[in-house]
Design a protein around this ligand. Sequence first.
Ligand code: ZN
Length: 260
Amino acid sequence: MTGEEAAARRDILRIGALLHQKGLVAASDGNISVRLEENRILATPTSMSKGMMEPDDLVVTDLEGNKLEGRRNPSSEMAMHLLIYRLRPEVQGVVHAHPPAATGFAAAGMPLNQALLAEVVLALGCIPLAEYGTTGTPELSATLRPLIPHYDAILMANHGVVTYGEDVMKAYFKMETVEHFARIALVTHILGRQNLLDREQVGKLLEARQRYEGVTSAAALGPSCPVVRDDRGALAPPASAALPAANGAGNGAGNAKRRW
Ligand SMILES: [Zn+2]
């Protein structure tokens, strides 16, 4: 084993412990992977707590998901990691978890795409929501595929979050940023107001983003990413106010008023 691979195994164990300790996963949820070589991916195994792994619990697969090394089996969620490695050649690490606040937004059908925090606009632009797809099937890959080239963090409807970057630690820190942002966004929903940054302020941040060390997004962000004050009006109530009533009376017509 090369020193580089040993270091990657240590990084994955450390991130697994952090995901577990911080409550970003439960039971055997989540998975972490590192691209060792073009066609060699080191990943966490299926059915195991990511906080309780040993270095030799990890598995090595090729880019098609075939196991090359390891006594345990790869996760069915590896398909998502492999899709990201195929579509984003510069990505070296992927983290998938079920952080409670961000996954709550994903389960509510709400992306985290509001220009609420300068640091989040700088780091991620915004975090879109991929439509629901069954885990480990081509259905999920199809919903993620159009978003992966444009974003470094994606909410998956009724499921969780995936983040990726030029190394696995950066991918993990993006997961922390997404969950932290989701908690802050949730507070604005509780307060009933969101004072979004305006288009000019966001434009400056997006310009700075191009120069920001570590930003490796392969393509420009989507057209309404992030949603700015000019789109919604100053001190607007959170867009969730336009959601249909939770009693089921709404049939989704309220969505037409939403900007996402
Ligand atoms: Zn999952």
